[in-house]
Write a protein that binds this ligand. Structure first.
Ligand code: MN3
Length: 241
């Protein structure tokens, strides 16, 4: 039996059994208070504010902070736990008829939970100074701090409907970028690190599969290089140790 046959055999056996209740380490992401956004069982939790509710007065008022943190953020945490549970149940029962809905919920509430966890922590009663490293990246990415602020205000103000303006690190070109995010990140959660992307635009499969996207995805899964992905995953995990 080859390693590949063994893995496929294990997958087939595993399909009939339920997902074990694993013990997770707290978040691998130690930045932005994410370690307090999940518990040891893998359940998402509401991290406490890192300062008093009135600490940002007069710029952001106490009542807004209480509602925003205690009610709105908590609703995202609860929604994310529900979506996670429903997707787990889908795997166990084999009933994926509502998967589109629960994936939307997973993205919406996951984006909400993670972005708000960051949001509380990027604010504070003390402002401090930007490091020379951050200033260098701002200057090489936007020309100047003033250029960044102008872009950040314009982009954040122009988000259509509800959403976020986000300053992000883009590691491919090693620079900072500003992005508009509609809702909480439309089918993304923003802190995830991509591991196995599959292109489901029609141009990726139409010549061979026409409208049979599911058949194309089967074909794709037959050519996935799991060894390569395993190496990449190990590298990614080591970034957070
Ligand atoms: Mn909010």
């Amino acid at each position: 039996m080859t390693k590949r046959d063994f893995i496929i055999g294990s997958m087939a056996l595993g399909a009939a059994s339920s997902i074990p209740n694993m013990t997770f380490a707290n978040s691998k992401l130690k930045t932005f208070n994410f370690q307090n956004a999940v518990d040891n069982s893998g359940k998402y939790i509401l991290p406490p504010l890192p300062y008093d509710y009135n600490a940002l007065e007069p710029h952001i008022d106490e009542q807004t902070m209480r509602l925003h943190h205690d009610k709105h953020h908590l609703a995202y945490v609860n929604g994310l736990n529900t979506a996670t549970q429903k997707i787990k149940e889908s795997i166990e029962t084999g009933d994926f008829s509502l998967i589109k809905h629960w994936e939307r919920e997973l993205a919406f509430h996951g984006g909400g939970h993670f972005l708000h966890t960051m949001f509380w922590n990027v604010m504070g009663p003390k402002q401090g100074n930007r490091s020379s490293e951050l200033n260098n990246y701002i200057n090489k990415s936007f020309g100047s701090f003033d250029g960044f602020i102008k872009l950040y205000k314009a982009a954040s103000g122009a988000v259509e409907g509800s959403g976020w303006g986000v300053l992000s690190y883009e590691p491919i070109s090693d620079k900072l970028i500003v992005m508009e995010v509609e809702k909480q990140g439309n089918l993304s959660q923003w802190v995830q690190v991509p591991l196995l992307p599959v292109d489901v635009w029609e141009h990726a499969y139409y010549l061979k599969y026409q409208n049979r996207r599911a058949d194309y995805i089967d074909g794709f899964l037959n050519v996935v290089n799991w060894e390569y992905i395993s190496e990449q995953f190990s590298n990614i995990l080591s970034m957070y140790k």
